[in-house]
Each structure stands twice: as C-alpha cells, then as structure tokens.
Write a protein that binds this ligand. Structure first.
Ligand code: NDP
Length: 481
C-alpha cells in the first residue's frame, strides 16, 4: 500500500507520530493508499521551515520566482494524464473532467501568477507642493492555505501560487479526503528547484493540522476554502490574533431563467451547472427559477435530458457523472432528498443511489436529482447540499425571483438567462452575490475578483486581489519642500 508523505523543508518526510489515515477510492469504496495523520509537531516543523526560508525567498528577484513557477506549471502539464488519473481516482470525478478542467486550471494558476507578479505595481500619491506618498507592498511572511476536496489541485494551487509569487512562504493543508495531487505537486516542486521551505505540505485532518495552522501565531494569514461552518471556526481562532483572513465558503446559487432566453443554450448549460462534478462545485446552480410561460416546457426537457445522463465509473469515457466523494457525503446528500420529500417536494427524476456492477459495486454513486414543488424558504432551498440535487420553481415577476434568489444566507454566485440586456444589467446589480454570469456559467477570467457575499465568504481571490491579500501595504511619505 502506498504511503503518502509530507513535504517539509524541501524533502518528503513521514509524519512524526508514524500514524496514517485510509485514503479511499470513492468509485470502488476501497482503501487504496495511506495519508499521514499529521499533528501539531509536523505543523511546527513546517512553520519553522517556512520561517527559515522567508528572508531569502522574499528578497529573491521576481523574475527568478516567476521562472520557478513557470517550471512548476510546465512540469504539471507534462504529467497531465497522470495528474488527471490521480485526481479522478481520489475524488471520484470523471477522468474527462479532471483532464479538461481540474489539472489544466492548476497549470494556469501557476502560469497566471508567475506572470502577474511581473506586472504587479503599487500606488503613489502626489501632494502638490508638499510631498509624495508611495506604497510599498511586501510579502507577509509565513501564510497558511487550507483547501477542500471538490476541486483538489485546482483550489490548492489557486492559493499557493499567488502566495509564493508574492514572496511568502507557505504551509498548506489539502483536504484529507483528496490528498493525492497535492502529494504529486511536492515531487514537482522538488524537480522544479523551488527552494526548501518555500512551500510545505502537511497532510492530515482538519481538526488537527488545519487547527494547528490556524492557531500558530507565526502564521500571519490564512487563506481558506471550504464550508461556512469551518470558516467560522477558523475565524474564531484567527481573528483575535489579527491574522489576515481570506474565506471562500459555501453557496446556494440561483439560476434564473427568463422566458425570452436562448432556450437551447440555457437548457444545456443548466444541465452542466447543476450536475458537473456531481454537483460538487461551489458555483453549481442548485436553485433553478424558471419564468412561468416556459416553466413546463423547460422542466420537461430538463428532466428528460437529465434522466438520460449516464452515471458511471470515472474512467468510462461516456460518464456524465462519477462517484460522490465519500460515503458520509453520499449519505448526507440522500438525506436531503428525504428531507425534500418531507417538505412536500416531488422528485421528478433521480433521488436514489446507483449501484454499478463488479469492482464498482461498493462505489458512492447517485442519480442526478430534480425536485419540484418546494417553497423557496424551506430547508432544502436554503441549506447547501453540495451534491447532484437541484430544485426547480416557477416565478412570475422580477421582484418575486429576486426576493427568492436573495433569501438565503449565502451569496456566492448567480446565473441569469435573458436576451433583454437592460433587465440583465438591472438584475445583476440587485443580486446579493459576488459573481453573476449572464447567459453563461463558470466562465473564468483569472484576473477578475472571485468570492462571495454574505456567509459565502470574506475577501476576494484572483488577479491583483490575491496579490493584495498576500502582501502588506505600507505607505511612505517623502516631504519635498
Ligand atoms: P470543509 O470545510 O469540511 O473542509 C475544508 C478544509 O478545511 C479541509 O482541508 C478540511 O480538512 C479543513 N478543516 C476542517 N476542519 C478544520 C478546522 N477546524 N480547522 C482548520 N481546517 C479545517 O469543506 P469540504 O472539504 O467539505 O468542502 C466543501 C465545502 O467547500 C462546501 O461548503 C463548498 O461550498 C465549499 N467550497 C467553497 C468554494 C468557494 O470558492 N467559495 C469552492 C469550493 C468549495 P479535512 O478534509 O480533514 O476535514
């Protein structure tokens, strides 16, 4: 059985206590490797290594930092198939998704921030006849990056890349449920010549490794993506220590479809935005609101097409949905279907577990599920399910749909389908979310601010927002007279 290792001070090491956790292949429901069950002592070593590396790395010219990051990007790209297979095995997602979305995006994350740092500038403010202010933006020091299991390498590198580009040293914790590509990344960092201690990866459980990282006073900032509850736990620990915090949290995104939309495009994109990655993307639209004149037509075609979507093992090239990430997660998602029924909902398609044959018979598969007949304020429509379950609801007016769309504690993203440009802009302005897509979904430009409003998070990632987060501004005034 393969034993994964931590990456600390430039080398691969076993956890201090020698303890390991099972790493399960969700497509088969079997253990296929072992992950370090690290503790505070491993985190302490990683933080010490990062502190030691910081003075040199933060003063390394940006073009040298950039060149190393470009090498990392190129090396991941050269092992694309291996990384995609590893991501799919670890997470249960179709290999086609990992090779078209997850791994290419991890490559882009390194490439984007390797070049963004070359163009990063700070401000200067001239005071007529008095003096000049200029702002220094220096790296913070040792920073912690904690990421979830749904887009493992994609989100892990989305944090690490801007942090090290800006000259920080990082202690990072991938989700213990999907550690494999982070482990492969350690090998690549060594090969690319990333100096020891600049990036340290400590595997293990959130309440041990993540907690130790949040509590360590030497860790000056935490960039976290995950559930809203966990974000709250981290904030409670880190905020009184005045750490910088970037929190990307849960969502319950509305997908609003007006009668004047491009029907075919709205339908095919809605299938993707509902069920891509088994609905386990924070940006998936889980509440679908359709304007009454096209409600029945849209619902019927949506249900028909979704019922035909193939649920299969991740290496099946025809698989539209693979396995959910874990047994507890599958059980949680199924429990929401039961709740929806109790709340008066009708399951139009799906709603149950899928049992494949042979070696995949113990995997965590579920049919994509569409539920109708629920009120906008019931628990099913207010709580994040994070699986292949959506609700569909008719609406009559803009005011009504805005009220329903904005009614949850979350505010990550929203999608609008209409050919009426004025309405699209008006609605975009009134939606309480950090991101709005008009006639599109999941189109990402890495320069744009990414993040959520309300309980979906604090701060923004992406482009110069991320480089601002990972640097400390200092204003310097020079008297001229
Ligand atoms: P969790 O919040 O359970 O975990 C996220 C990470 O935090 C994991 O690495 C986890 O470790 C770690 N963690 C858990 N407890 C603690 C703790 N006490 N202190 C520090 N770290 C801890 O989220 P999931 O992994 O279940 O991911 C799904 C969630 O992520 C959903 O709510 C989803 O909406 C959100 N998400 C948000 C995105 C955004 O950009 N806004 C993007 C993607 C997902 P371990 O795995 O060991 O528990």
């Amino acid at each position: 059985m393969m034993h994964l290792q931590n990456y600390i001070d430039g080398v691969m090491v076993a956890p201090n206590e020698g303890a390991y956790i099972d790493n399960i292949d969700p497509s088969r429901g079997t253990v296929y490797s072992l992950i370090p069950d690290s503790d505070k002592t491993d985190v302490d070593q990683a933080v010490a290594a990062a502190e030691k590396a910081f003075p040199k790395w933060s003063n390394t010219p940006v073009d040298e930092r950039s060149a190393i990051m470009v090498r990392i990007a190129n090396l991941i790209e050269s092992r694309m198939d291996e990384f995609a297979a590893a991501e799919s095995l670890d997470n249960g997602k179709p290999v086609s998704l990992a090779s078209h979305v997850d791994i290419p995006r991890a490559v882009s994350n390194f490439r984007f921030f390797a070049t963004a740092i070359l163009h990063f500038a700070s401000e200067s403010h001239y005071m007529e006849g008095v003096g000049i202010n200029y702002t220094l933006r220096r790296p913070i020091g040792v920073v912690g990056c904690i990421s979830p299991w749904n887009l493992p390498l994609y989100l892990f590198t989305w944090k690490i890349a801007p942090a090290i580009a800006a000259g920080n040293c990082v202690v990072a914790k991938p989700s213990e449920i999907t550690p494999m590509t982070a482990y492969l990344l350690s090998e690549i960092c060594i090969e690319a010549g990333l100096p020891a201690g600049v990036l340290n990866i400590v595997h293990g459980l959130g309440h041990k490794v993540g907690d130790a990282l949040s509590r360590d006073p030497k860790v000056k900032a935490i960039s976290f993506t995950g559930g809203t509850k966990t974000g709250e736990t981290i904030a409670r620990i880190a905020a009184p220590m005045f750490k910088k915090l970037s929190l990307e949290l849960g969502g319950k995104n509305p997908n609003i479809i007006f009668a004047d939309c491009d029907f075919k495009k709205a339908l095919s994109t809605t299938i993707r935005s509902s069920f891509a990655n088994q609905g386990q993307i924070c940006l998936c639209g889980s509440r679908i609101f359709v304007e009454r004149p096209i409600y029945e037509k849209f619902r019927d075609e949506f249900v028909k097409r979704v019922a035909e979507s193939k649920v299969s093992y991740p290496t099946d090239p025809e698989a539209k949905l693979g396995a959910l990430v874990s047994k507890p997660h599958l059980e949680k998602v199924l429990s929401y279907v039961a709740l929806a029924k109790e709340e008066g909902g009708t399951v139009l398609t799906g709603g149950e577990q899928v049992f494949l044959d042979g070696e995949y018979s113990e995997g965590y598969y579920m049919r994509p599920t569409i539920i109708e007949g629920l009120t906008y304020d019931c628990r099913t429509n207010q709580e994040e399910i994070f699986g292949p379950v959506v609700t569909i609801t008719p609406f009559d007016t803009e005011e009504e749909v805005l009220m329903m769309a904005n009614s949850t504690q979350y505010g990550l993203s929203a999608t609008l389908w209409t050919e009426n440009l004025t309405r699209a802009h008006r609605m975009a302005d009134l939606l309480h979310t950090g991101i709005v897509w008009i006639n599109a979904w999941l189109v990402r430009d890495l320069r744009t601010p990414f993040g959520g409003a309300k309980n979906s998070g604090v701060g923004r990632e992406g482009g110069f927002e991320a480089l601002h987060f990972f640097t400390e501004p200092k204003n310097v005034f020079v008297q001229l007279s």
